[in-house]
Design a protein around this ligand. Structure first.
Ligand code: TXA
Ligand code: MG
Length: 331
């Protein structure tokens, strides 16, 4: 079971050390408890999806202790700077373009060219973020499909058997997730309503933000609004051999993988062969997925993909691969 750490400097140090080592730490924010991981570490980010049991890779929010540290990872614009001044630290998440030199894992933003950033104001979150100095990826600290936790006990009930540490900081005072605002177009769009309303934004900054509702009265979930990274290359899934002109995104052993042009898949040159995980480890595969898809996509028109088992993180990996394959079919 997860250890619940009472709030103290010692607990913050231990949580920070755990994060540095790539472990998951649940920590309090003013909205809900977050399930934190070092956002620069692909494997640590993969562990978040594994622990939550999410059936797909939704992009995560990156937490930092100040606007300056958040803007190291994304390209801020005037609106972002103004909103940061009024609402950070606080329950507002901004979607902005990733910087070219952004060191955050591609898995954390699900392969998108944008990144969600937020500066929480909870005192313990602030202390922890300052101590690690790292960008921390953190979705709400609950299993996929259950409600967001606002006390350390909620976290323990939902994820206690899947994570090592919960930094306890009492009940969250907002109790509602942060507002997610997309600032990548000329018009600020609220993708997820939350603790800060459009009215509040207008009252304090004069900026007009619009709720991004669909055609119907029902709000669309941000997941539906996302434009996902789609490779230009054509993907062929569940490949048991490769065609002459294909690159290979492998999973596991290549021993029996043949090439129709003769020879073995394992002898392909590096720009045509990448292995998600030679040992068949799904966490490693998830950690490598977006980077390897992108690398093969840059140099190849057709990519064969070996089968990935439909279990654990394999479910989210296959979901992403299937969508990438059908997206390229259409184009
Ligand atoms: O209050 C909160 O925001 C909490 C605490 C822990 O900070 N975190 C949270 O994270 O609710 P999560 O992962 O449960 O929700 C993140 C939301 C999702 O709806 C996701 O689709 C959206 O933010 N999101 C993240 N990155 C995005 C991106 N690049 N573009 C559009 N939406 C994005
Ligand atoms: Mg959530």
């Amino acid at each position: 079971m997860a250890e619940i750490l009472t709030p103290s400097r010692q607990s913050v140090i231990r949580s920070s050390d755990a994060l540095q080592q790539g472990q998951l730490v649940a920590f309090p924010t003013e909205t809900v408890y977050g399930l934190g991981a070092n956002a620069r570490d692909d494997k640590a980010v993969a562990r978040i999806f594994d622990a939550k049991g999410r059936p797909r890779f939704n992009p995560l929010i990156i937490h930092t202790y100040s606007a300056e540290s958040a803007f190291l990872y994304v390209q801020a614009n005037d609106v972002a700077v103004e909103l940061a001044e009024y609402f950070w630290p606080g329950p507002l998440t901004m979607i902005l373009p990733r910087r070219k030199d952004c060191s955050v894992s591609e898995l954390a933003s699900a392969g998108l060219s944008t990144l969600a950033v937020r500066v929480p104001r909870h005192e313990l979150a602030q202390e922890l973020l300052r101590m690690t100095g790292l960008p921390i990826a953190a979705p709400s600290a609950n299993r996929s499909g259950s409600i967001s936790p606002t006390t350390p006990q909620h976290v323990a009930e939902s994820l206690g058997d899947r994570i090592g540490m919960i930094l306890a900081g009492g009940a969250c005072d907002v109790g509602l997730e942060s507002t997610v605002i997309d600032l990548t177009s000329g018009t600020p769009l609220i993708l997820r309503p939350g603790a800060i309303t459009a009215e509040e934004i207008e009252r304090s900054t004069g900026l007009k933000a619009y709720y991004d509702f669909g055609e119907t009265d029902k709000p669309r979930s941000p997941g539906q609004l996302l434009r996902h990274y789609a490779p230009g290359a054509k993907l062929r899934l569940n490949a048991v051999d490769i065609e002459e002109d294909e690159a290979l995104l492998a999973f596991g052993s290549l021993k029996f993988m043949g090439s129709k042009g003769g020879g073995f898949a394992r002898d392909l040159p590096e720009e045509r062969l990448l292995n998600l995980s030679e040992t068949g480890d799904l966490i490693e595969a998830a950690a490598n997925l977006f980077r390897m898809m992108r690398m093969l996509d840059m140099k190849n028109d057709r990519i064969a993909v070996m089968p990935v088992p439909e279990q654990g993180l394999g479910i989210a990996i296959n979901d992403r691969l299937r969508r990438a394959a059908s997206e390229t079919d259409r184009g």
